[in-house]
Design a protein around this ligand. Structure first.
Ligand code: PGA
Length: 248
């Protein structure tokens, strides 16, 4: 049995007062023990959030450990704050900041070396799906960024399938579309990294996930929870998503 995850990606939202208001409400909430809850606030708030029972992750890091890289934050620095998770390869980073599969491989290495769990995001754009290239795109993303890892290292990561056309658009992948990719990826991992790794790795779905569509998605056998953007900024919606997940 894979333990489900509900992860909230706050992106570049919430000023200090708003962020701590949401954080403090979440901190005081008792979560079901069968679900891992993680929030990803903007990095400027992390140092004041990591001493709590709530799992906190970073949205990004740089692959170098230190040096003349103005504006960047290393995995080592995150680790020194007590950060346990970090998103890698979110489509907004690939799009807005030109991060390539090779760049992401270096970030994954740096995070694993600092004992931080990478949550590796992957997924196709709309035109790639329309041209029936989505399977190949997803395989390339996984192969080029992750397949240099040993089976042991691979088993330490979490994956998040986020079709780009579903992120922030209100357009969710259907449960059938999402399950089909999750199973396809799990089978690919089984062939390359072994059946035990494939059976234990958690693969989240992300993209316009909300209380009204979560149950259908999370009931799918290869979907192990969600990476939630917009709905994670609304306390009641995020709590509902955790509740739905824990009852599946
Ligand atoms: P969304 O974002 O839930 O707002 O679509 C998901 C994500 O980008 O992780």
């Amino acid at each position: 049995m894979r333990k489900k995850i509900v992860a909230g990606n706050w992106k570049m939202n919430l000023n200090k007062a708003e962020a701590f208001d949401l954080f403090n409400r979440l901190k005081q909430t008792k979560f079901p023990s069968n679900t891992d809850v993680i929030v990803f606030p903007p990095s400027v708030y992390l140092s004041q959030m990591t001493d709590s029972v709530l799992n906190v992750g970073a949205q990004n890091c740089y692959h170098q450990s230190n040096g003349a890289f103005t504006g960047e934050i290393s995995a080592e620095m995150l680790s020194s704050l007590g950060v346990k998770y970090c998103l890698v390869g979110h489509s907004e980073r690939r799009e807005c900041f030109n991060e390539t599969n090779k760049d992401l491989a270096k970030k994954v290495d740096a995070l694993l070396a600092s004992n931080i769990t990478p949550i590796f995001c992957f997924g196709e754009k709309l035109e790639e799906r329309e041209n029936n290239k989505h399977h190949q795109v997803v395989l390339n993303q996984l192969t080029e960024s992750l397949f240099h890892l040993s089976s042991d290292q691979f088993s330490k990561i979490v994956l998040a399938y986020e079709p780009v056309w579903a992120i922030g658009t209100g357009k969710t992948a259907s449960a059938i579309q999402a399950q089909e990719i999750h199973l396809f990826v799990r089978n690919f991992i089984a062939e390359n990294k072994g059946i035990d790794v494939a059976n234990s790795i958690r693969i989240l779905y992300g993209g316009s996930c909300k209380p009204s569509n979560a149950e259908e998605l999370f009931l799918c056998p290869d979907i192990d929870g969600g990476l939630i953007g917009g709905a994670s900024l609304v306390y009641d919606d995020f709590i509902k998503l955790i509740d739905i997940t824990s009852k599946i």
